[in-house]
Design a protein. Sequence first.
Length: 359
Amino acid sequence: MPTPIDFRALKRALVIKLRHHGDVLLASPVLTALKHAAPQCEIDALVYQETAPMLAGHPTLEKLHTIDRAWKHQGLLTQLSEERRLIAALRSRDYDLVIHLSVHRRGAWLTRLLRPRWSVAPRYQGRFWAGSFTHFYPAQSHAHRHTVETNLDSLRVLGYEPAEEDKRVILVPGEAAESRIAALLSLHGLEPGRYIHLHPASRWLFKCWPAEKFAQLCDALAPRGWPLVISAAPDPKEKALVTQILAQQRAPTTATLDLSGQLTLKELAALTARARLFVGVDSAPMHIAAAMGTPTVAIFGPSGDREWGPWRVASRVVASALHPCRPCGKDGCSGSKVSACLTELPVEAVLSACEALLG
């Protein structure tokens, strides 16, 4: 058994999560739980710059350090300069504890450079990794445990059992985002709690439900009196999917508001917080909706809904029961980027989930 640490001795701690937006958001309970374990401790985080909105404004966060992945495209001298600046900023904080929440090798290097008294990471292969940390917790497996619980294992192995109140995923939209969304809704005559928010796209297209089926879902929802708001990231492929959905609606309605490519992540959170229902695929916006407490219909294909489903919110997961191969974790069937468990998922199943939550 690993030796528990003395949480009373903690002055500063660093939580590292160098992953995608949804992964970073689902790490937020670690910040909350650590603050409860060590109220006197200042807690910092290190994430990629584009994912910083997922943690910015978290009530327990002291400093948010970021890595810009564009550094490597700005020339060697610029990259070295930025890396030195980051390491100097981290060293100046004199951390007692580093919590590394992935198997990213960069976290191991940084931990060696920072030399904290205690450090924890997922168990991984190799002597370099084994010599970089003082404590290890099991990496996520197919044990059907949610990612939030896996992240919190980093604290359990240190000797703290998170309370139920620790496990909430927190995202703070901020005043600017709240104001802009309030103004947008007013401009289009939409009332909080009186519209459905659809986010059909993902950066991973093999996770997406076909455009024609989303269009049929819109056709089925609109006559029920619910205005629809559709969003997507600025990525051209995601916006193109929304364009296809709107073009294939048989009964287009002026109540459908297209905000694709127009919102920041914080504004997306403020928008979905005011929705009566969120409908989307396995993606960061789905996790954002759950964090904001909005009833969520989550459409799952090859990814595992037990590990990545909506966390602690009224929800329905819609996934194929006719494909025993799911969740396979693959990028489409045979690497095709197209997932049969999604293309063959019937509209009626998603509509039924929507009606259950709306009712």
